[in-house]
Design a protein around this ligand. Structure first.
Ligand SMILES: [Zn+2]
Length: 133
């Protein structure tokens, strides 16, 4: 192990969760191939590098995909929407909220990071809300 390897900055789950609760979305960028991820990783999924650094991701993005959960897990009220949001170069899985029930979120909708929901096992998940035009 060289000293250089110890300087590698990576985002652990706790740091990621703490940032979310502080209205920041942390991503991980690979210093070797440039791939960016919206969730904590320890190894680049593209090239296998451990040369990763944390980056702040934008808090506005567009819906890359969205699905409606008709039957929620125990402890949740449904139906609700879960989607993948493109924020900068990364994608983040998030709960998707809308202002109006009669306007379900659609792919390519603009969304903004609007908060955090705590799941029943104590793990936070980002919430994005569709922007009303
Ligand atoms: Zn990489």
């Amino acid at each position: 192990m060289s000293a250089n390897m110890d300087e590698t900055v990576s985002v652990g789950y706790e740091a990621w969760a703490d940032a979310l609760r502080s209205d920041r979305i942390l991503g991980v960028s690979c210093s070797d191939c440039g791939a960016t991820y919206g969730t904590p990783i320890s190894v680049c999924h593209d090239c296998g590098s451990r040369n990763l650094e944390s980056v702040d991701l934008p808090t506005e993005g567009t819906l890359y995909s969205v699905t409606r959960v008709e039957v929620p897990p125990t402890g949740f009220e449904g139906p609700y929407h879960v989607g993948i949001v493109q924020v900068g170069a990364a994608r983040v899985t998030a709960r998707i909220e809308t202002d109006a029930d009669d306007a379900p979120p659609e792919i390519d909708d603009s969304v903004v990071f609007s908060g955090v929901m705590e799941t029943d096992d104590g793990l936070p998940a980002p919430v994005f809300t569709t922007e009303t035009s």
